[in-house]
Design a protein around this ligand. Structure first.
Ligand code: NAP
Length: 468
């Protein structure tokens, strides 16, 4: 059975689920199609808003229970799970509050009589990853359900309980079966869903490999896709960045969710040799002081990574980095206790021909670089296939903004690591994908911006004074 909860903190298999049968999948799609044609988008916006706001309220009211489900599915510290749930509820509230304004038909002042109406497209497929199992679903469900689209959601196979819990929250809030369906689908079934004529768009958050496969399938079917893929976010530290605040921010950027975030700080790039040494010592001390333990115990500060497979992948990358001449300044080994725990790790002396130089390392591993000046920092920041988030630390905010514009990424934060709010668009460039989630931009990704142009009865189009 592909869909399974294996607690990463102790390796125990807690629950398994069968894949959905083809017949049940067909029935769910029929139900969504019916829901789209006869129910969900036809309801008044205020009613949809009430339902989505109610889902946010349920999440807030059941925070502890839901945080434990997240933690058992994928190993997150329970405090981090509470943070994720808080953000998920805020996203749902944001779209419940703003949809009416976003959906307001827009007059086109330069085209008298013409208006743009935001109409839903139909069934949208969401393929989502395990690392923020509620947030990822909320950032699709909030905007798309408020637009009036209906959703078939295929969550990652290691977070089935989160997938079910999120669907249950929506259902209890009043989202009908014809508007949201979680399906435990195989990859072949995902392809079949994309091929289905009634499915009008696909959004995937995950790896480059899965993104390319799903987007190719969507393209063959002439369907729009949005891809939120991997990243190797640089955190640039300029000469004038305040020392302690920068270290604290770098720790948040690196260690949130045990480093398993697309926008985690993956590469720290410090300008100046002396400051480089000081920052390296500070990061070694801060990362080295984290304590591995049960993620459900609030005193634990280091969570396991999501699975044995993920741990093995990280150990392989660390070995490959070492074999190619890099040094392991901190950690680098499995922690000797049950569960998939990796020592917080810092890799230095990574040459540009080292395989990890251009790879994403998805865990509690920091690639640390020291460069002579600002220009070298920007060149290094941009010398990867990814372009998701990034950050620059400096006391000079104008310089920070100037450098932000030189970094090839979808998002740059000055004096913070990359973070996310409902109001800020989220997404990348290069191999990190295309399209945006969150904010008004995310709301508009699967919308038919329908032009309706009205002329007086009997009028000819401008420029034609007679027919023909
Ligand atoms: P993944 O293997 O690509 O999995 C993501 C989702 O895609 C899962 O639901 C997975 O299902 C599904 N999937 C995988 N192969 C598929 C295929 N051939 N056809 C259809 N669906 C397929 O990603 P991951 O390695 O677990 O997740 C981590 C990656 O996601 C990292 O690269 C990370 O940076 C990226 N990420 C990006 C963002 C962002 O917003 N840009 C956010 C979070 C994570 P199964 O679980 O059943 O394989």
């Amino acid at each position: 059975m592909a869909y399974r909860t294996t607690n990463p903190a102790n390796g125990k298999v807690l629950e398994s689920f069968d894949n959905i049968s083809d017949a049940d999948l067909a029935a769910r799609l029929d139900e969504l199609d019916r829901g789209f044609r006869t129910d969900w988008p036809l309801r008044p916006i205020a009613e949809r808003s009430r339902i989505i706001a109610k889902a946010a309220q349920i999440i807030r009211g059941e925070m502890t229970r839901l945080a434990e489900i997240i933690s058992r599915d994928m190993g997150k510290l329970v405090s981090h799970a509470v943070g994720e749930l808080t953000l998920s509820a805020a996203i749902l509230d944001y779209y419940a509050d703003t949809a009416e304004q976003f959906l307001e038909p827009k007059e086109l002042p330069d085209a008298p009589g013409a208006k743009l109406h935001a109409l839903p497209l139909g069934i949208i497929l969401a393929v989502e990853p395990w690392n923020f199992p509620f947030f990822q679903l909320a950032r699709v469900a909030g905007p798309q359900l408020m637009v009036g689209n209906v959703i078939v959601a295929k969550h990652a196979s290691n977070v089935p309980q989160c997938a079910l819990a999120f669907e249950d929250v929506l259902r209890r809030a009043g989202v009908p079966q014809g508007a949201y369906a979680n399906v435990f689908a195989s990859t072949d079934q995902v392809s079949a869903i994309i091929d289905d004529l009634r499915v009008r768009g696909v959004t995937l958050t995950g790896s480059e490999k899965a993104g390319a496969i799903v987007a190719e399938r969507a393209a063959r079917n002439l369907k729009k896709s949005v891809l939120e893929l991997g990243g190797s976010d640089p955190l640039i530290v300029l000469e004038d960045a305040p020392f302690e605040a920068t270290v604290l921010n770098a720790m948040v950027g690196k260690m949130n969710n045990a480093g398993q975030s697309c926008v985690a700080t993956k590469r720290m790039i410090v300008v100046g040799k002396e400051r480089g040494e000081k920052f390296l010592e500070a990061m070694k001390s801060a990362m080295g002081s984290l304590k591995a333990g049960d993620p459900l115990d609030p005193s634990t500060t280091l969570a396991p990574v999501s699975s044995e497979g993920a741990l093995k992948g990280l150990l392989d990358q660390i070995d490959a980095a070492k074999s190619a001449g890099a040094e392991i300044a901190l950690g680098g080994k499995r922690i000797d206790r049950p569960g998939s725990f990796l020592e917080p790790t810092i890799i230095t002396n990574i040459a540009s021909d080292n395989p990890v130089y251009r790879q994403e390392i998805f865990g509690p591993v920091l690639s640390f670089y020291v460069v002579p000046d600002e220009a070298a920092a920007i060149a290094l920041a941009n010398d990867v296939p990814f372009g998701l988030g990034s950050s620059v630390f400096t006391a000079d905010l104008e310089r920070g903004e100037r450098l932000a514009l030189q970094i090839e990424s979808g998002m740059t934060f000055v004096n913070n690591p990359t973070w996310s709010t409902p109001q800020m668009p989220f997404g990348g460039v290069k191999n990190s994908g295309y399209g945006r989630e969150l904010s008004q931009l995310g709301f508009g990704e699967f919308v038919n911006w329908k032009l309706v142009a009205i002329s007086k009865a009997g009028a000819l189009p401008p420029g034609f004074d007679k027919a023909g």
